[in-house]
Design a protein around this ligand. Structure first.
Ligand SMILES: [Zn+2]
Length: 261
């Protein structure tokens, strides 16, 4: 597994910095929307930037790349994207090797059409899998559907559900408290959501990030991962005013409510 540092950027973005003991002095930046906090961190830790991972084209994920990039830095990102500075274009199920770790690429359109997720499987039973999922999966929530469909987002959520429970979720925003307030409105009887709210409020009151999350916990609290749970379906059907017959329709109804929540 990578050693993780979440650098704060803008209002509520996290730029994940990845390091590995096998490659001391090197780091990989995920979605550097701003260059200055990354440069400060690299200088402070005497670390050199080895590569950049891009999940999707939005400027708050790519805006720092022009200033960070130089000839020796590989820029991994979606093959088909409005963001054109990628030097290592990636397609679904590609495998890449970074700092001695293998990352599997999964296309997860929904928030944008070019969106990628990067998954590092556990090397052995003592290791922890890690997911870098940009604006697709958040703690307690999912990204807004700017370009893709609810069907696509539901398929992305189904992929995340297939990952090991102990997978760390490294999402790109600190949206947790707002997401959990919404999750509690979708499932007022879900005590796991209330427990997560209490824990995350304590972290935020100390100025600490609530991330990384865990897939196993999201399965208990995230309404967008819980599209087939009875209370989520009931809420979605009440919002729609009609019975819903598939998971994507449930996710669509919940997502539309979240947009105006
Ligand atoms: Zn975005």
């Amino acid at each position: 597994m990578f050693q993780l540092t979440a650098i704060s950027a803008f209002q509520d973005n996290y730029i994940w910095m990845l390091q590995h003991p096998s490659h001391p002095g090197l780091a990989v930046a995920v979605d550097p929307g701003e260059s200055a906090p990354v440069i400060d961190w690299l200088t402070e830790h005497n670390v050199e930037l080895a590569a950049i991972l891009v999940t999707h084209h939005h400027p708050d994920h790519t805006g720092g790349i022009a200033e960070l990039a130089h000839a020796n830095i590989a820029i991994y990102g979606p093959a088909d994207s409005p963001f054109e500075a990628v030097t290592e274009p990636l397609k679904d199920e590609a495998l890449i090797e970074l700092l001695g770790q293998t990352l599997r690429i999964k296309t997860v359109p929904g928030h944008t059409l070019d969106h990628l997720a990067y998954f590092a499987a556990a090397g052995d039973s003592a290791d922890t899998p890690q997911l870098f999922c940009g604006d697709t999966l958040f703690i307690g929530g999912c990204g807004r559907l700017f370009e893709g469909s609810a069907e696509q987002m539901q398929q992305a959520m189904a992929f995340f559900r297939s990952l090991p429970d102990n997978t760390q979720i490294c999402a790109a925003h600190e949206y947790t408290l707002a997401n959990l307030a919404f999750a509690a409105a979708v499932e007022p009887n879900n005590s796991a959501i209330q427990a997560a709210q209490k824990r995350c409020q304590q972290l935020r009151s100390k100025g600490l990030p609530t991330l990384p999350g865990r897939i196993g916990e999201e399965m208990q609290i995230n309404p967008f991962m819980r599209y087939d749970q009875p209370e989520v379906v009931r809420t979605a059907e009440r919002l729609s005013g009609q019975p819903l017959d598939n998971d994507a329709q449930v996710l669509a109804a919940i997502r539309q409510w979240k947009d105006r929540f």
